[in-house]
Design a protein. Structure first.
Length: 70
């Protein structure tokens, strides 16, 4: 299992964060992925990411979750 975040714009399209944004390697569990987004959402929002979706391998766990309302 690999837990990852998909970065999206406000309409759900894929986003590549601006240079200097925090990057995350795949996480081994959901709790670590959620802790990381809790620490990094402000920088991601500033880098052009408006919402995220949590994936377990290729399966959507939940989302999209708006960062501008976090």
């Amino acid at each position: 299992m690999a837990w990852t975040w998909r970065y999206e714009d406000s309409s759900g399209g894929p986003v590549v964060p601006a240079e200097g944004a925090p990057t995350a390697e795949p996480f081994s569990n959901q709790a670590d992925a959620e802790s990381w987004i809790g620490e990094s959402w402000r920088e991601l929002l500033a880098a052009g990411v408006h919402q995220v979706t949590l994936l377990d391998d290729d399966h959507r766990v939940y989302g999209p979750m708006g960062l501008d309302t976090a």
